[in-house]
Design a protein around this ligand. Structure first.
Ligand code: PLP
Length: 314
């Protein structure tokens, strides 16, 4: 929800696009279908660490003169065609929150190759001060979002192990993909050779209830958890269905400057809904740091649940 709230906090209006059913990243065709003359930016989320289709998104952005803001919070070290995500578009955000592949408990980082955006971001995070001006003059309505040197020390030390851990996660993910894709009713996300590195903050897979006697994904997760596998049902509803959006009903959602009121209750994105309500589950990144034997345990648990699905019927 942070991705959406950040947009609303600056009085801009998030317009939702659907995701691709094979990759769960934003679908460029859906993006094009919702662009209007008021659109300013495209905000792809590199969900689970998997880069969105940056070729297609950059070309749409160029065609419509839009910024591309990358939510790379889950994508430490991920690469699209051998370029690290975050500054492939105009600007990108990373999170250091406690679940992330690199963490200082809380906090985050913005990256950009654009000098102008860099100076603005620097100012906003540093009480609105000016990078090149006098110390106590304030050019932007910034806050104190500076992180501490203690956090920096903890984060820098983690950079030393990031490459090795990313390789390990990728290798274990390939191993799981290989076995799980052969299992009836389980489908890992599709491979894409343009993704040259994937942080695998989450290992997402798709579950087909029909192959498991019609049980829900929650029931399936419960059965795997009983086998000691920390699988999660993930996001249980699409963001546009979240109740907290009501808090923005007056401003900006009904502000005259957009030209029409926004009503998220009318939004229906079928692929995102299917992912949330029916088929999307994930394993957290730390699971992929385990050994080959740990991966074999996970595969055995999937097989056991699959073989005994009849007993799980609600
Ligand atoms: C995709 C995504 N965007 C944004 C955030 C927000 O990051 P933070 O918690 O550091 O504000 C997170 C995680 O927390 C995230 O996973």
């Amino acid at each position: 929800m942070a991705t959406v709230t950040a947009v609303l906090y600056v009085n801009a209006i998030p317009i939702f696009a659907d995701i691709d059913p094979e990759t769960y990243t934003i679908d460029p065709k859906s993006v094009e279908s919702v662009i209007s003359e008021r659109t300013k930016a495209i905000l792809p989320v590199h969900i689970s660490g998997r880069p969105a289709d940056m070729d297609a998104l950059l070309s749409i952005a160029e065609k419509h003169d839009l910024y591309v803001l990358e939510d790379a919070c889950q994508a430490w070290g991920s690469e699209w065609r051998e370029r690290r995500v975050g500054a492939i578009g105009n600007i990108g955000a990373f999170s250091f929150q406690s679940s992330k592949n690199i963490t200082s408990g809380e906090g985050g980082m913005i990256v950009t190759n654009d000098e102008n955006l860099y100076e603005k971001a620097w100012s906003l995070h540093n009480c609105g001060r000016s990078l090149k001006g006098p110390w106590y003059e304030h050019q932007l309505p910034g806050g104190n979002h500076r992180m501490t040197e203690f956090q920096a020390a903890i984060l820098l030390a983690q950079l030393e192990r990031l490459d090795e851990q990313t390789e390990r996660r990728m290798s274990n993910a390939r191993y799981l993909n290989d076995s799980l894709s052969r299992m009836d009713g389980i489908k890992p996300l599709k491979d894409d050779e343009r993704i040259t590195r994937n942080s695998y903050h989450l290992y997402i897979f798709r579950f087909n209830p029909e192959a498991f006697g019609g049980i829900s994904k929650a029931r399936f997760a419960e059965a795997l958890q009983a086998e000691g596998i920390p699988v999660s049902v993930g996001y249980s509803k699409p963001l546009y269905a979240e109740r907290y959006l009501d808090y923005f009903k007056r401003c900006p959602l009904s502000c005259p400057f957009y030209g029409k009121p926004i009503d998220y209750s009318k939004v229906k994105l079928p692929v995102a809904e299917r992912a949330c309500y029916i088929e999307g589950l994930w394993l957290p990144q730390y699971v992929l740091l385990g050994s080959r034997e740990d991966m074999d345990d996970i595969i055995s648990a999937f097989e056991k649940v699959s073989e005994n699905a009849d007993e799980l019927k609600e």
